[in-house]
Each structure stands twice: as C-alpha cells, then as structure tokens.
Design a binder for this molecule. Structure first.
Ligand SMILES: *Cc1c(COP(=O)(O)O)cnc(C)c1O
Length: 453
C-alpha cells in the first residue's frame, strides 16, 4: 500500500475569493499557451526551464512605437539596442522592421556586421572602444558616439593615421530633474564640458560632427525628463550651427522607456502606472518641433529603445521542484529556475502564472530558485494558488536583459525558442551542454591524471 504523505499541521490564513487592497480579487488565470502554442508542448519538446519569445509581440511593439513617433515627427529612425537582447534572431526581427543597430562594445559591433547591418547604420556607443574596433568603425563609416576626452584625442590621432574623416557625435549627460544623476557616461551639459568637446571636434578639422546623443537613464518614469533632454540637445544643436557653422543632422535621445513590469517596492502594478510610448513621443517631438528649427533643417530623431520593445514578448517557463514550510511558518516553493537566468528578478516583481488549472485556495509564499545560494529568490512574497511538484508556471515580461545578463552558475542556460507569426516554433539558442561549457578550458599536462595522494 502506498504510504500517505505527512505534512505537519499548521494554522495559516489562506485566501479564497477575498478582496485585495484595491478592492478586486487578485485574478489568477492559468496561462496554458503562449501565442496559441501549449505550454506542455513547449516543455515536452524543449525542456524546462525554457525561454519563449513571441515574434508577433515584438513586431507589434516595434510598429506601435514607430507609429507613436512617426505620426508626430517627420524624420524618425530606431536603432535596436543590442545589449537588451542580442540573440541574432531577435536582432533580425528588429532589423527587418527597419531598425539600425546600437552597440556598446566591439563584440556587439561585430555581431551587427554579422547580421548584415550596413556599417553606416551602426551606432557605436560605450566607454570602451578598442583601437582596432575604432578603426573598423571608421573604415565602415559607422556613427561613433564619443564618450570622453581620452577617446576624443585617440580618435584625432587615428584620423591622422588613416587619413579619414569619420562621422561622430558625442554623448551628453545632463540634469533632467531625475536623481541620482546619470553622469558617468559622456560629457556634461551644465558645466560646459559638452560644449568644450564639440568645439574641439569641430576645431580639430579631423572629424565630421554629425549628431548629438544622450541616454538619460533606464526604466524612466518621467516624460518631462525627455522634454528637458530634448530641449538641451536642441540648444546645443543651435549653438553648433550658429557658433561653429556645423549643422547637426540628428538628435539621438537614446533608450530608457519603461516596460510594463512592476518595480520592486512599487505600490501599484506597472501596467497601471508607466507612461506609454505615446506620452514620451509627445514630450520629445513637441520640444523639438517648437524649438524653432527651419522646416528643412529639422534633425533626424533617433531612438535606441530596448526594453520597451521586447520585455513583454519574452516568457520563462519553469516547473515546481518542491514545497517547504519555513521556520516562521511561511510557505516556500522551490522552482527549477533561479536568479542566474532571471537577472531582472533583482529589480522587478515579475508576474508569475500557473500553467494549469488549480483549486480556489491561495497563499502568500516565497519562490526560491534551485541554486545552492541564499540570494536565489525569484519572488520574496507572492500570492499564488498552491502549486505541486511538477506543476508548470509562466513568468511574464522577461524579454529584456535576461538573455544577455544570464550566467552559468551551478546550472547551465536553457534553450530559447521563438514562436513565429504562424505559430511555428524555432529553437534560436540550444540549451547548453557540459561539452560547450568546457570548450575553452585547458588542462595542464601534470594535472591530466586523476590521482589521489
Ligand atoms: C542600454 C542602452 C539603451 C537601451 O536602453 P533601454 O532602457 O533598454 O531602452 C540605449 N542606448 C544606450 C546607450 C544604452 O546603453
């Protein structure tokens, strides 16, 4: 006879159909499919955990954001932020939609070239551009966004050596009314450093000053901060034209628009609080349009949006390993995915849905990952139906920054699949294997034999 499982009895408040603090019961709907493909099918074919990306949602996000800007301003160009998610299949979707590439390292730069992006459509940002990478960017006529004076002086030397006049912009940091200030990248506006850099570039006669760039922060909740930033870029562009006889061809407002994720500690869910891309577009475009450029001298407006275009197109499917009672009586559920592949759980309270039917009881619980490490907490407190070992869950809005910041720690990185618009499944990155992990290791000869002392 099968032995019945014993659980120590405990008196604990459970919620069944209660109101939450907003008056409505927290609704749980099981999420059994992604874009029409059953979760059970995805897991049985590709394993658990599993990242799933929706091509339909990515294209929809892109088109909607592009529309927000293009209906308000005549010249708009998006550049896909590679570090947000540089799986090549993802990049190609945004390139197909018309995006250029925005890269912040030589490695990302080469990825963009490998994806077929024309050199002149690659924006090269970041504080650490190596000499050989700058040469490559100059040869390819890419847009080089200078971060600091040392880079500026190096570039001047390189221009002499190569006898080329590259197209450059500078990154500008500034007070946009959002604190703490993001002032570690680029040249400061308020203290005159940015103007100093612009004068030096034009004065050198070695480069073509083409644009002005800023990236004022990430997950920005203030539309006004973008209006302030756009205003300061316009003002510098005007001074470049009048005082340096150098018309500015583009203003690049960077990325930073928030996705609808909920930040940790936020009182209201992200879906109810974050401004829309329309709101940001309105703030930016009205500032530029009202600044006073002549109609035929309006600069191209570049946007380097990352997370807002992909976060809600990404899902992480996972499974329950076990349930526990902690010493204080709290329920703990151990999942098979941890913070090593869900980096964003450090700052988001990710929505997590059961992937199968459940009964009406719910309980506050902590969700742990599988790593043998104390900080491996996916959610500190979440109210969910009681989950059983083997049950599946869907973590929502994980498309941005997880598939680039994930790490091999204790467990390897899982497979990533893309569901295309016809609901076909494509594995776009295989699950890692031990051989892959050890590919780069080398064993010194004297250690090759396993030998106990
Ligand atoms: C990271 C980054 C972006 C994208 O930022 P999001 O917040 O994901 O929109 C754009 N531009 C630069 C320079 C970046 O470093």
């Amino acid at each position: 006879m099968k032995k019945l499982k014993y659980e120590r009895p405990l008196i604990k408040k459970m919620n069944a159909g209660l109101m939450n603090k907003f008056g409505t019961r927290t609704e749980f709907q099981p999420v059994k499919a992604i874009d029409g493909v059953p979760v059970t099918q995805l897991i049985s074919e590709y394993g658990s955990p599993l990242f799933v990306l929706s091509e339909r949602q990515m294209r929809k996000n892109y088109r909607s954001a592009a529309r927000s800007f293009k209906t308000r301003y005549p010249k708009v160009q998006f550049a896909w932020s590679y570090k947000t998610n540089y799986l090549n299949a993802v990049c190609q979707i945004f390139h197909q939609e018309g995006s250029w590439a925005e890269v912040v390292s030589g490695f990302e730069y080469r990825k963009a070239l490998g994806n077929g992006v024309a050199g002149e459509h690659i924006i090269f940002n970041g504080p650490d551009k190596h000499r050989d990478e700058l040469i490559l960017a100059i040869e390819n006529d890419s847009l080089i966004h200078i971060d600091h004076f040392d880079e500026l002086y190096n570039l001047i030397e390189l221009c002499d050596e190569l006898n080329k006049k590259p197209r450059v912009a500078i990154r500008i940091n500034m007070d946009t009314g959002v604190y703490p200030l993001w002032d570690r990248f680029g040249f400061n506006y308020e203290n005159g450093q940015a103007w100093n850099a612009l004068s030096k570039i034009v004065g050198s006669g070695r480069m073509r000053l083409t644009g002005l760039h800023c990236h004022i922060g990430t997950f920005m909740l203030s539309t006004n901060a973008y209006a302030v930033a756009a205003g300061k870029l316009c003002e510098l562009a005007y001074r470049c034209k009048t005082l340096l006889s150098t018309p500015i061809q583009y203003l690049d407002l960077g990325g930073g628009f928030p996705s609808t994720n909920t930040l940790k500690g936020a009182y209201l869910p992200g879906v109810d609080t974050v401004p829309s891309v329309d709101d940001f577009a309105e703030a930016i475009t009205t500032t530029i349009l009202n600044f006073g450029f002549k109609q035929d001298e309006l600069p191209l407006l570049i946007l380097e949006s990352g997370r807002v275009l992909i976060d809600d197109a990404g899902y992480l499917l996972g499974s329950v390993i076990a349930n526990k009672r902690l010493s204080d009586g709290r329920r703990a559920t151990v999942m098979n995915f941890g913070v090593n592949i869900l980096f964003t759980s450090f700052w988001y309270e990710h929505k997590i849905s059961p992937a199968q039917d459940f009964d009406q009881y719910t309980e506050d619980m902590v969700l742990y990952g599988p790593l043998c490490m104390n900080i491996d907490v996916v959610r500190e407190s979440i109210n969910l139906p009681l989950l059983n070992p083997g049950d599946h869950v869907v973590v929502h809005k994980v498309g941005a920054y997880n598939m680039t910041q994930w790490m091999q720690f204790i467990s390897m990185r899982p497979s990533v699949v893309l569901i295309d618009e016809q609901q076909n499944i494509h594995e776009i990155r295989q699950a890692e294997k031990l051989e892959y992990m050890e590919q780069l290791e080398q064993m010194p000869a004297h250690l090759q034999q396993y030998k106990l002392a």
